[in-house]
Design a protein around this ligand. Structure first.
Ligand code: AMP
Length: 317
């Protein structure tokens, strides 16, 4: 089973990325063929700074390696280094309706915020379909927010196959059991995210230990005074319990203070070795780049073959 996961370098990786995507992907290295890419093209759908994008792309790759991605088993590459992604993107745009793209919730939400809207924000799910289909992926781990995009990828692949003959492997979305969904510590109704708005309650994987502890000790809870799982009535406490369990701790506390201290200790234990490995790897960016380059070489034959099949199917030279 070939499994594909992408990380957008729109900001710095956080605890939600680690517990919800990176650790499950690293655990699956034992059993699955995994492709992991830094989705730098997707980081261009909103206003972006080229120098920061370059820096975050390398940092994201470095952190994936620091967290335990083994490049001898998992292929790591940068999306923009594989032209087949762009080529297939266009071919798939010609098999996608404007209405289908405009219906995507993320497009509707982001474009409704005002300000100029890049055309790529509309076509982003089609590029995502290309990302998935170009590598003949079997499985794509998806959370709720990406489900609609994966469904679009499946719809477009099936339509293309029906119209032009069998061309793409149609992937399925998987949500590995027990994977944590980490909420913002200052606003447990919102998912922890890379967006600037979520800065206050976010734990960055490279945040200094004092900042991590402070963010956890200040986490929003409630006035009920009971430590128990209740995502609706006690979202803050539930989130702390989720984080604690995902970091390998167990909870039997009566006070929120004791719970927060245990969460802070468990998170620090999880982050300290990643921070240390990141510091080592960051001394040699040439090595990280060489891992990305080797990853590109490994995926090119399949990606180019898929584009060739798709071009032949639609009748272009
Ligand atoms: P992104 O941050 O959008 O590039 O997402 C990269 C991966 O991290 C995807 O597989 C997401 O589902 C996962 N992810 C992002 N935020 C969270 C979160 N707060 N909790 C759990 N998983 C997350």
């Amino acid at each position: 089973m070939k499994r594909l996961t992408g990380f957008q370098p729109t900001g710095r990786l956080h605890l939600g990325n680690l517990l919800g995507a990176m650790l499950p992907m690293i655990a699956a290295q034992e059993t699955n063929e995994s492709l992991v890419f830094v989705a730098d093209l997707h980081a261009m759908t909103m206003d972006h700074d080229p120098a920061r994008l370059r820096e975050l792309t390398l940092e994201t790759a470095t952190l994936l390696l620091a967290a335990g991605l083994d490049p001898s088993r998992t292929t790591l590459f940068a999306q923009s280094s594989v032209p087949a992604h762009y080529e297939l993107h266009y071919l798939l745009e010609c098999a996608t309706g404007y209405g289908e793209a405009a219906r995507m919730i993320q497009f509707k939400e982001k474009s409704a915020r005002g300000g100029p809207v890049r055309l790529s924000l509309l076509t982003y799910p089609v590029l995502m379909a290309a990302d998935i289909l170009v590598h003949d992926s079997d499985e794509v781990p998806v959370g709720d927010d990406q489900n609609q995009h994966l469904e679009l990828a499946r719809t477009v692949a099936e339509r293309f196959n029906k119209r032009y003959g069998p061309t793409f492997r149609v992937p399925v979305g998987v949500l590995p059991a027990g994977v944590a969904r980490v909420m913002n510590l200052a606003d447990p109704a919102a998912k922890m995210s890379k967006s600037a708005a979520g800065d206050v309650g976010r734990i960055g994987l490279l945040d200094p230990p004092a900042k991590v502890r402070k963010t956890i000790m200040r986490a929003v809870t409630d006035t009920l005074g009971e430590v128990r799982r209740d995502p609706v009535g006690q979202p803050g406490v539930t989130n702390l319990l989720t984080i604690l369990e995902a970091c390998g701790g167990s909870a039997d506390f009566t006070s929120y203070g004791a719970l927060k201290t245990a969460v802070a200790d468990a998170v620090e234990e999880m982050l300290a070795p990643i921070r240390a490995r990141h510091a080592e790897l960051a001394k040699d960016p040439g090595h990280v780049r060489s891992v990305l380059d080797a990853g590109r070489e490994r995926v090119l034959p399949t990606a180019e073959a898929t584009v060739r099949r798709a071009k032949e199917a639609v009748g272009v030279y």
